[in-house]
Design a protein around this ligand. Structure first.
Ligand code: RIB
Length: 339
């Protein structure tokens, strides 16, 4: 059944269109008895407000969108929580879209957000595939802020953590614990954060010619991908097997931890593990996980603040690229020297 329109509500309540509009937008200007009659008509007819039309007439929407790589990753839950606080304090609403690390799906979300003329878009892009779609949003005066992804691009703001430094922190820690056969588990490398963390780890090796960094590339940043990568590492001949594993994020690290312990290895005695993000489950793991901490809620808050600044200041806005510093949190999963 088609939903009722505002005319049917007015007729049903025996009031003018203007009165129904006042009940919806300025309810305190309508006499209580009349207001209740209109609200009863809305309920009885099942009227649903067409907010996008009203918002379009007003020239802008009250909806901000965030497109995340993986809603199952607690990193994004915390990031969204931070953004949501700022957006709702500004009287707007945040809607969450999940690209699932799939470029085509990400582009479908961006097309819809453009049609809906949202107030702005926060996004952790899957890769470079959606660049034209992001440019299209900006051409239509819909600001875009890159989150957890720094680029220095002139056409948009960004908020990120120095992932190259984060990779170096993890590697320096493992090298200091006397590990020399180390694996980096993560992927795809089309996700810039994955590539940057690896770059930092590789740079740390430059001062240790006796050390090697084996890359185990994964197709996603999930627990399952970590388990499969651990299986491959365990299939290596004993003298080639790494004594430490640095993972591109905590979900992968939890998968590596699960597989290694399931196969009877002791963590860290037989293999040390370091993750990235420091999500809540890292510290709560069966073997508490060392991890490179990202200020997740602060990333979300800052990204939302930049977006709302740009959405309200228009031409006078100057794009900013905020970079936070990572912090290594050492826990049991890597906190002893290699035997
Ligand atoms: O945003 C890409 C990756 O960086 C995510 O997996 C998240 O965990 C962060 O570490």
């Amino acid at each position: 059944m088609a939903t009722a329109n505002i005319k049917q509500v007015a007729r049903h309540a025996g009031v003018s269109l203007g009165t129904v509009s006042n009940v919806l937008n300025r309810p305190d200007t309508v006499a209580p008895a009349t207001r209740q009659r209109v609200l009863d008509a809305i309920t009885e007819l099942g009227y649903v407000r067409n907010d996008s039309a009203r918002q379009l007439r007003a020239g802008h929407s009250r909806t901000v969108a965030i497109v995340v790589l993986d809603v199952a990753n607690p990193f994004f839950t915390d990031l969204v929580r931070g953004a949501e606080q700022v957006v709702e304090d500004a009287g707007a609403m945040l809607v969450v879209c999940n690209s699932g690390e799939d470029s085509a799906r990400e582009r479908r979300h961006l097309d819809l957000l453009q049609e809906q003329r949202v107030r702005g878009v926060l996004i952790t892009p899957v890769g470079h595939g959606s660049q034209p779609h992001l440019d299209m949003l900006i051409d239509r005066d819909i600001p875009v802020v890159l989150v957890d992804r720094g680029t220095g691009q002139a056409s948009r703001c960004s908020v990120a953590v120095d992932d190259v430094r984060g990779g170096r922190l993890a590697m320096d820690h493992l090298l200091e614990r006397a590990h020399r056969r180390i694996a980096y588990v993560g992927g795809p490398f089309s996700i810039a954060q994955v590539a940057d963390r690896h770059a930092g780890a590789a740079a740390a090796l430059e001062d240790h010619s006796d050390a090697e960094l084996r890359v185990a590339t994964t197709t996603s940043l999930t627990v399952a991908a970590g388990r499969h990568a651990a299986e491959d590492l365990l299939a290596l001949p004993a003298l080639q097997r790494p004594t430490a594993v640095f993972c591109a994020n905590d979900l992968i690290a939890l998968g590596v931890l699960q597989e290694m312990t399931a196969r009877g290895l002791r963590v860290p005695a037989d293999v040390a593990i370091v993750g990235y993000d420091d999500i809540e489950f890292a510290g709560a793991a069966a073997v508490p996980l060392s991890s490179v901490r990202q200020p997740r809620e602060q990333l979300g808050r800052t990204a939302a603040q930049l977006l709302l600044e740009e959405a309200s200041s228009g031409e006078t806005h100057r794009h900013r690229h905020v970079v936070f510093q990572p912090e290594l949190v050492v826990r049991q999963s890597s906190d002893q020297p290699r035997r």
